[in-house]
Design a protein around this ligand. Structure first.
Ligand SMILES: [Zn+2]
Length: 399
C-alpha cells in the first residue's frame, strides 16, 4: 500500500522534514532558541503538508483511483473552514472512506475535563476558590454545545467532572450521563496533586467521588488530576485512588511542561502493580527521542491541526496504539470573560477559542473515539473484574 501513495512530492516533504529536524537539533544544542522554534515550526508544517498529501492519495487509491490522480487536496482538509461544512452528509462520506480505509481497528479515547473558565490554573492566579460562587458561570451552555457536537459525530466520551461543578449543576451532569457518556472524577477544588498532602488529596477525592456518585447513581471508576499533576514524587496518589475504588487514572501527560513535567513516564497505558490501578496517559508523539504533545487542550487550540493529525496518525497507524485526547468545554467559548493574567497566560487560556470547535469536529471526523472504559475494556478487568463490568454496563448506549 505504501508504494502506491508514496510519490516524489511526499519524498521531497520527507527530506525537508529531516533537514528541518536536523537544524532544530543543532539549534537546541547550540542554544539558539529562536532558530529552534522556527525550525520546529517548519518541520511541523511540512510534516502536516506531507500527511495531507499522503492521506489524500491513500483515500483515492482505496477508492480505486491511480496514485497520480491523488495529489488534489483531500476533501476533509476543506472542512476546517467552519462548522457549517461539517454536516451529516460530509460526515457519512468521510466515515465510509477514512474510517474504513485508515483506522479499521484502532478506537481512541475522547475525554473532557468538565470545568468552568474560572477553574483553570491560569484563572487561579486572579480568582480564589472563595470567589467562584460570585462569577458568572457559562458551563451550562458550553457543555450542551459540546454534547451536541459529540452527538453529531456519534461519539461518546469520558467526562472528568469537577466535584464543585457537580454540586452546583447536578442536572447538567445527569444530562451528560443520560446522553451516554462516562462520568469520571476531576477532583473537587481543582488543586494540583503536587501542592497537596496525601491527607488533603484523600479528603478532596472522597468528597468529589461521593458527589458524583450521588448525582448519577453510578460508580465512578476513573480519575484525572487537575493539570496532569500526578508527577514524580506524588505516586502515593495512585495508592489512595485504588483504595477509594477507582479502576484507572489518567493524570499523566508524558511531556515536558513548566508546571507538570513528566517526560520520562510511559507513553502507553500500563498497570501500576503496587496500587493495582491502570494509568492511561494522554497522547504523545515520539520524535527524535522527545515526546511531543498531541493530546489536546491548549496544544490542539494553539498548534496547527495537521501537526496534531500527523501525530495521531503515527501512533494509530505506525505504533498501532490507541490514543487519549482531552479538551475542556470553555475552550469552545470565545465569549468567556477575560480574567486578569499575564500575556503568556492569556495565550494559554484565550487564544484559539474561535477555531477550537471546528478543529475538534475535524478530529472526530473519520476517526473512532469512545469512552476510556470502552477503549480499554480488556485491560481494566485486570485491575478489578467485578466493578469494571459494572462500568461497562452503564455505557450500553455508547458505540
Ligand atoms: Zn482541569
Amino acid at each position: 500500500m505504501m508504494a502506491h501513495w508514496w510519490n516524489r512530492r511526499t519524498t521531497a516533504f520527507a527530506l525537508a522534514i529531516v533537514c528541518a529536524g536536523a537544524v532544530n537539533v543543532w539549534c537546541l544544542r547550540s542554544g539558539r532558541n529562536l532558530g529552534a522554534l522556527a525550525s520546529l515550526a517548519a518541520a511541523l508544517l511540512l510534516g502536516g503538508q506531507a500527511l495531507e498529501k499522503s492521506e489524500g492519495a491513500q483515500e483515492q487509491v482505496a477508492a480505486g483511483m491511480p496514485a497520480s490522480a491523488a495529489l488534489a487536496p483531500p476533501a476533509r482538509a476543506i472542512a476546517l473552514m467552519g462548522p457549517a461544512r461539517t454536516g451529516a452528509r460530509n460526515q457519512a462520506t468521510n466515515r465510509a472512506t477514512d474510517g474504513a480505509a485508515h483506522f479499521p481497528e484502532i478506537c481512541n479515547a475522547f475525554t473532557i475535563d468538565l470545568e468552568d473558565y474560572f477553574h483553570t490554573e491560569v484563572s487561579s492566579r486572579s480568582v480564589g476558590y472563595e470567589q467562584w460562587d460570585r462569577l458568572p458561570s457559562r458551563i451550562e451552555a458550553t457543555v450542551k454545545r459540546l454534547l451536541d457536537l459529540l452527538d453529531r459525530h456519534e461519539t461518546r466520551a469520558t467526562v472528568f467532572v469537577l466535584g464543585w461543578v457537580a454540586k452546583k449543576h447536578p442536572a447538567l451532569i445527569r444530562e451528560v450521563a443520560r446522553r451516554g457518556h462516562e462520568i469520571a472524577c476531576h477532583s473537587y477544588r481543582h488543586r494540583p496533586v503536587f501542592r497537596l498532602t496525601p491527607e488533603e488529596f484523600r479528603e478532596d477525592t472522597v468528597l468529589a467521588k461521593a458527589i458524583l456518585e450521588d448525582t448519577t447513581g453510578a460508580p465512578v471508576l476513573g480519575y484525572r488530576a487537575p493539570n496532569f499533576s500526578i508527577t514524580p514524587g506524588t505516586e502515593w496518589a495512585w495508592t489512595i485512588l485504588a483504595e477509594l475504588g477507582f479502576l484507572y487514572d489518567s493524570s499523566v501527560n508524558p511531556v515536558w511542561h513548566k508546571l507538570y513535567a513528566n517526560p520520562h513516564a510511559p507513553r502507553f497505558p500500563y498497570l501500576i502493580r503496587e496500587a493495582n490501578l491502570f494509568e492511561i496517559p494522554v497522547a504523545t508523539w515520539r520524535v527524535l527521542g522527545m515526546n511531543l504533545p498531541i493530546g489536546g487542550g491548549a496544544y490542539l487550540r494553539l498548534l496547527p491541526l495537521p501537526y496534531i493529525r500527523m501525530g495521531l496518525s503515527y501512533v494509530n497507524d505506525m505504533e498501532r496504539k490507541p490514543v487519549t485526547i482531552y479538551m475542556h468545554p470553555w475552550e469552545i467559548d470565545c465569549y468567556q470573560p477575560e480574567l486578569a493574567a499575564g500575556w503568556k497566560s492569556q495565550i494559554r487560556q484565550n487564544w484559539g477559542l474561535d477555531t477550537m470547535e471546528a478543529k475538534v469536529a475535524e478530529l472526530l471526523r473519520g476517526r473512532r473515539f469512545a469512552p476510556i472504559v470502552k477503549v480499554h475494556a480488556e485491560n481494566l478487568p485486570l485491575a478489578a473484574p467485578a466493578t469494571a463490568t459494572m462500568g461497562q454496563e452503564s455505557f450500553a448506549r455508547a458505540s
